[in-house]
Design a protein around this ligand. Sequence first.
Ligand code: ZN
Length: 308
Amino acid sequence: MKTALITHADCLNHVTPEGHPERVARLQHILHALEPLDLNRVTAPFAAEDDVLRIHPADYIADLRRARPNDGFAQIDGDTFLSPGSIDAAFRGAGAVIRAVDMVLGGEAPNAFAAIRPPGHHAETSTAMGFCLFGNAALAAKHALDHHGLNRVAVVDFDVHHGNGTQDLLWDEPRALLVTSQQMPLWPGSGRPDEDGAHGQILNMPLSPESGSAEMRAAYETQAFPRLRAFKPELIIISAGFDAHQDDPLASLNWTTGDFTWVTAELCALAQDLCQGRIVSTLEGGYDLNALSAATKAHVQELMKAAT
Ligand SMILES: [Zn+2]
């Protein structure tokens, strides 16, 4: 069985103002880089409102719909914008991760990558922020737990920014382990080790600016992987942001494309040991187009290797 690639053209209709780093070209470059790969290409469905209600209240969704402009842009916060196509893009993104979980847990795909935007890991329960509208990784986890009846799901977030939204959405969820690495100090400022969840089920691994491969590999080897092994997840969800890359303009970790290959391969090996290889990965950040497309391709190629 092949790795599933789940996306939708609607995700290209979420437009941001000129000069905004989270831009349409990001997904275009990624899809171009993935074009030659032998993947099971799946069109993302529209998420049902009831699905999104697993993580966001109805008035939050209604407020976003009301804020959607008929043309131009609506500004939600300092760097989060809506265009006319943004709400549909967000519902396709949510639909993509739900479909990914359904495929992987239903035996239709060994693992899956959701190539979607806007990203999700900064969206808190009732607050859109940091380019994000719906908390896709947390939604995938809740869908696996509540709809599929799993007991333990792990979310691993290697985006360079702290996944404050995923942390907020899973803070009181004892069935979900959240393991996240982030540059600190860096926006949004959260992600200290003492932020460990209502049940001690959140592991924050801050990394210093200008640290690189050795520091990140040590953090994952000494902290993340042992926690994952001890938790014994039935599914691993990856918040795959590629902005820790050394060429990224928004941060100053010095990860190479090889580091993304390494962490993906390690997570695939863990998944093989713990949960029949089941991984659902969803796109978060990454803002240098060449680094983003190369690192995403490396990530997906590792998923493909694990699928054979
Ligand atoms: Zn980021």
